[in-house]
Write a protein of this length. Structure first.
Length: 376
């Protein structure tokens, strides 16, 4: 059973390194800034009895993610982690500018070298979770929640997929492109078909869809219809062939192209940008499908969608049923800072920083490897 299932069932409070599977070189300081490693040695040699409180915060309204991972990092690699006092918010909490989200108290030499790693974990996970939350919110502007498919596999290094997928899940996306994106939270990747499949059938969308359906009959058939830059013609071709079996069509028209529908109907142009997947093209597609009795066929759009673009479509009541979105969700636009703010229980911090108690923080119990095994 995956830990996320245990967490959702209330059997455990947080995910552990059984989920995250950290690189063991963290312990060697391989990923830590060298000045943290030097400071650890100085603290150990010169002031070993000092204990500090390190406090983490950021400067935006955001959806917090990465706390389970950061705590697992501390429990896995800090010296004597059972002696650290940790207080934290939880993944999915809404946070405010300068709000303390995590505090760690103990001898600096036990955990200080992990500061930069914790900042990075919280920054990436919170950025992705917040980005996804915002597009999911935009996708219900019209009053009905439209699914958002997380398609960020080609927009960053593949090693980031599991963590990004979990952060997207925390932000509200419940369908994702790869199995790796679903690794931490328990589902399988989902997807339709790429342009490469249609290319191998010489641009014949019907033949490509027949091959797909023959090999994957249990999948909902969702045809990609922009290969020939004629989405209405190809949507109707595949709908006429499959009827009720066709569940949906996906438009992924390049922002540099004008669909052939507008080239055949140039009298329609002049009042809007006809390039790419635009509202007028989707309206025309919906009308064409409905006129031939294919009201059941859903429309999915992808290709350069952002929060603002989704909101624009929803405000115009464009008949989109789901959005596929990738690169814009992976922008790292939230940075975290870890500051030492208390020394031996008394205020001591760099100018401009101070200890900010947060009554929302919860004490984190240490669970060692033996206890983890008993829970799994």
């Amino acid at each position: 059973m995956k830990e996320i299932t245990q967490k959702l069932n209330g059997e455990i409070s947080r995910l552990t390194n059984k989920t995250f599977k950290f690189d063991e070189r963290v312990k060697e300081g391989w990923f830590s800034a060298v000045y943290f490693l030097k400071t650890r040695e100085i603290a150990k040699s010169k002031v070993p009895d000092n204990y500090v409180t390190m406090q983490f915060f950021q400067k935006d309204n955001a959806v917090l993610c990465g706390t389970d991972e950061a705590i697992a990092l501390l429990h896995t690699f800090a010296d004597h982690p059972e002696e650290l006092e940790i207080h934290s918010l939880k993944d999915g909490d809404k946070i405010s500018p300068f709000e303390s989200v995590l505090t760690v108290t103990g001898p600096y030499q036990y955990f200080g070298y992990l500061e930069g790693l914790i900042d990075g974990v919280l920054a990436r996970r919170t950025s992705v979770a917040t980005n996804v939350y915002n597009v999911v919110k935009a996708a219900r502007t019209s009053g009905k929640q439209k699914p958002v498919i997380f398609m960020g596999d080609r927009d960053d290094h593949f090693t980031q997929q599991a963590g990004d997928g979990y952060a997207a899940f925390i932000g509200g996306s419940t369908a994702q492109a790869t199995h790796a994106m679903n690794e931490w939270w328990g589902k399988h990747g989902m997807g339709t078909m790429p342009h490469a499949l249609i290319q191998m059938f010489e641009g014949d969308i019907v033949e490509a869809s027949k091959a797909y359906h023959e090999l994957y009959p249990e999948d909902d058939l969702m045809a990609l219809v922009d290969y020939n830059n004629d989405v209405i013609t190809d949507s109707l071709k595949v709908a006429r062939h499959f009827g009720e079996t066709l569940k949906g069509v996906r438009l992924d028209t390049s922002r540099t192209l004008v669909d052939k529908y507008f080239l055949r109907n140039q009298h329609l142009m002049g009042t809007f940008d006809p390039r790419g997947v635009n509202p007028e093209l989707v309206f025309a597609l919906r009308r064409s499908l409905d006129e031939e009795g294919f009201q059941h066929v859903k429309i999915m759009v992808s290709g350069g969608f952002t929060e603002s673009r989704i909101k624009e479509f929803e405000e115009l009541k464009v008949p989109v049923d789901m959005y596929g979105i990738g690169g814009s969700l992976l922008k790292i636009n939230i940075g975290f800072t870890g500051d030492n703010v208390l020394l031996n229980g008394k205020p001591q911090a760099k100018e401009g920083r101070r200890y900010r108690p947060n009554p929302r923080l919860e004490k984190v119990d240490f669970i060692g490897p033996d206890q983890e095994d008993s829970l799994n």
